[in-house]
Design a protein around this ligand. Structure first.
Ligand SMILES: NC(=O)c1ccc[n+]([C@@H]2O[C@H](COP(=O)([O-])OP(=O)(O)OC[C@H]3O[C@@H](n4cnc5c(N)ncnc54)[C@H](OP(=O)(O)O)[C@@H]3O)[C@@H](O)[C@H]2O)c1
Length: 507
C-alpha cells in the first residue's frame, strides 16, 4: 500500500470540557502558550453571556456548538445555534467554527462571513462512510476545512479510513482526521504524518487511559514530544491488544529523549495484524515492541528472527534494519539478568508456575544456563509441551514437591492490576526458604510477594526489573546504545506510581 500524505506542521487543539465560564478561564490560562487552538464547547458551557467570552479576544478559538443529534448537548434548532454564533461572529471573537455536515448550506455560508468553517462529519456507530458519498457532501457544502471523526474498532476499517483521508488530500481538502476509541490513539499522536491541521487533546495529565483514546496536552509535550515532530523522525511503538495501560511509551520515549534521538514511540492497539502491517511499511518505523496477542503471529511478517526468538517461538521485538524486518526476543534476557545481578549465577533448580509465552522465555533462559526446572500449569498439556520443548519436567499442581526447587517463578497474570487482591493459590510450603520471582510488574509489590515474605521466603523479586531489562535490551537492539537497567526501573516505577495515583483519583 503506497499511501501519499503530506506532512503537516504539528499543531495542538485543546478541547475544553468546561461547564462554567470560570472553569473555561482557568483552563485557558493554564494552557497558555502550549496549544495552537482552543476548542470551546458552547453546548457544554452553562450560564454564559457574550461578554463572558470577551477574554478570548485575540486568542485562537474554534467554536463548537454541537446539537444532540450529532452527539452534543444543544437541544435547540439550527437557526438558534447560528443566531448565537452570529452574535459571537459580529464581535469578531474566534477564528474557526465547527459546523456539522447536515446543516442547511445557507446557514453555513452565513457563518463563513465571520469564521473559517470546519465542516464536520461524525460517526459513532463503527460504520465507515463511502468516499463518493463524502466527496459529494464536501463538494456541496461550503467549508474551509473538513473534520472526519469516526468511532472505529477494527483495523480493517481504519486502513480504509486512511484511504479516505488520502482521497481527501488528493481533492485538495485540508482537514482533521480522528479515529475515536482506543484504537485511534496512534493517529492522534502521529497526526503530522497524515497531514492533519491539528490534533485534538484534552487537559489533564494522563488521559491516554480514557476509552475515547484522546491524549492529554501534557502527554503530547512531555511523553511524545509532539511539537518537535518532523518528517525525517523515526517511529517506534508497542503492538498489542490492549495496550492502553502499557508503560512502554513512557519508558521508550524518555530513553529516546535522553539519548537525543529524533524518535517517537506510540501505542498501536491492533486487532488484525494483516490489516495493520501496511501501515508499518508506510511509516518510518524503526522498530516495534510486540506483546499479547501478536508475539507469535508477527513471525510471518518478518524476514529473519534471532536464535532466542526462534527457540522460544515468540517475538517481542521487531527491528527494522535497512530493508529487513528482524524479530528478536528480549524477555529471556529480561528475566535472567536481574536474577543474576541480584543473586549471582547460581545453579538454580526452578519451579515455573504457568506455561504461556513468558514461561517459554523463562524456560529458555534456564535451559541456556543448564538449570533444571519443573513446570506446573492450569492446563497440564501446555506444561508438558513446554517441558518437552526445553527439557524440563511437567508436574501436576498436586504433585509439586517443594523440596526439589530453590527458585519459584510465577508467570501467570494473577495479581495484576486491576485484580491486585488475587494471587495464584500457591501454598506457603512452596515459598518458605525459596527465592520467589513474580513476573507481574504492575503492581511491583504483588499479593504473592507479600505472601512469600510472610511465609519466610529467602528473597523476593518483582517483575519490574525484568520489564526494565527487556526494554533496555530492546533499546540497545534499535539504537545500539546502552542504558542502565536500574535507571529504566526507576522510570517505570515512577510512571506506575503516577498511574496508580490517577486511578485512585478517578475511583
Ligand atoms: N515483567 C515482565 O517484563 C513480563 C514480561 C512478560 C510477561 N509478564 C507477566 O507474565 C504474565 C503472563 O504473560 P504471558 O505472555 O505468559 O501470557 P500467556 O501466554 O497468556 O500465558 C498465561 C499463563 O497463565 C496461565 N493463567 C492465566 N490465567 C490463569 C488463571 N486464572 N489461573 C491459573 N492460570 C492462569 C495460563 O494458563 P493456561 O495455559 O491454562 O491458559 C498460562 O499458562 C503477564 O500477565 C505479565 O504479568 C511480565
Amino acid at each position: 500500500m503506497a499511501w501519499r500524505f503530506r506532512f503537516a506542521t504539528p499543531r495542538i487543539c485543546l478541547s475544553l470540557p468546561a461547564r462554567s465560564v470560570r472553569e473555561l478561564q482557568r483552563l485557558v490560562h493554564a494552557y497558555e502558550g502550549r496549544v495552537d487552538l482552543l476548542e470551546v464547547r458552547l453546548d457544554w458551557l452553562g450560564d454564559w453571556t457574550i461578554e463572558d467570552l470577551e477574554f478570548l479576544r485575540d486568542r485562537p478559538v474554534l467554536w463548537t456548538f454541537r446539537p444532540v443529534r450529532q452527539g452534543g448537548e444543544f437541544a435547540g434548532t439550527d437557526s438558534e445555534r447560528v443566531g448565537v454564533l452570529r452574535q459571537i461572529g459580529r464581535r469578531r471573537l474566534g477564528q474557526w467554527v465547527d459546523i456539522e455536515f447536515d446543516v442547511w448550506p445557507p446557514l453555513i455560508t452565513e457563518l463563513r462571513s465571520y469564521f473559517k468553517v470546519l465542516l464536520s462529519y461524525h460517526q459513532y456507530d463503527g460504520r465507515l462512510p463511502s468516499w463518493p458519498g463524502l466527496r459529494d457532501l464536501f463538494r456541496i457544502k461550503p467549508h474551509d476545512a473538513v473534520k472526519i471523526a469516526l468511532r472505529l474498532d477494527r483495523w480493517a476499517d481504519i486502513v480504509r479510513f486512511l484511504d479516505i483521508v488520502e482521497a481527501c488530500q488528493a481533492e485538495g481538502l485540508n482537514g482533521v482526521w480522528v479515529v475515536m476509541g482506543p484504537r485511534g490513539t496512534w493517529l492522534r499522536v502521529l497526526m503530522p504524518w497524515f497531514g492533519g491541521l491539528w490534533t485534538y487533546a484534552s487537559p489533564g495529565v494522563a488521559v491516554q487511559t480514557t476509552a475515547e483514546g484522546q491524549v492529554a496536552v501534557e502527554e503530547l509535550w512531555q511523553v511524545y514530544r509532539y511539537p518537535e515532530m518532523a518528517p525525517d523522525h523515526r517511529i517506534y511503538g508497542i503492538l498489542g491488544d490492549p495496550v492502553v495501560h502499557s508503560v512502554s511509551p513512557y519508558i521508550h520515549n524518555r530513553l529516546f529523549q535522553e539519548a537525543g534521538l529524533a524518535a517517537h514511540y506510540v501505542p498501536f492497539a491492533v486487532d488484525d495484524l494483516a490489516a495493520f502491517w501496511p501501515l508499518v511499511r508506510f511509516l518510518p518505523v524503526g522498530g516495534l515492541s510486540v506483546t499479547i496477542p501478536h508475539k507469535i503471529d508477527v513471525l510471518r511478517y518478518l524476514d529473519d528472527v534471532d536464535e532466542a526468538a526462534r527457540a522460544i517461538g515468540a517475538v517481542n521485538t521487531v527491528i527494522h534494519r535497512e530493508d529487513a524486518w528482524v524479530g528478536a526476543n528480549t524477555d529471556w534476557v529480561g528475566f535472567w539478568r536481574p536474577l543474576v545481578r541480584r543473586f549471582g549465577a547460581r545453579p538454580w533448580r526452578a519451579l515455573i508456575v504457568g506455561a504461556g509465552g513468558a514461561a517459554h522465555a523463562v524456560a529458555y533462559a534456564l535451559r541456556r544456563a543448564g538449570c533444571p526446572f519443573w513446570v506446573t500449569n492450569r492446563t497440564h498439556e501446555k506444561a508438558e509441551a513446554l517441558a518437552r520443548r526445553f527439557g524440563g519436567a511437567a508436574v501436576p499442581w498436586d504433585a509439586v514437591d517443594p523440596t526439589v526447587f530453590d527458585l519459584l517463578v510465577h508467570t501467570t497474570p494473577l495479581g495484576m492490576v486491576p485484580h491486585t487482591d488475587q494471587g495464584p493459590p500457591i501454598p506457603d510450603a512452596w515459598l518458605a526458604g525459596k527465592i520467589v520471582y513474580d513476573l507481574v510488574y504492575n503492581p511491583p509489590e504483588t499479593r504473592l510477594l507479600r505472601q512469600a515474605r510472610a511465609a519466610g521466603a529467602q528473597a523476593v523479586l518483582s517483575g519490574l526489573p525484568m520489564l526494565a531489562e527487556q526494554a533496555a535490551e530492546q533499546f540497545r537492539l534499535w539504537t545500539l546504545q546502552t542504558v542502565r537497567p536500574d535507571d529504566v526501573t526507576t522510570l517505570a516505577q515512577t510512571h506506575l506510581e503516577r498511574q496508580s495515583e490517577m486511578f485512585n483519583l478517578f475511583d
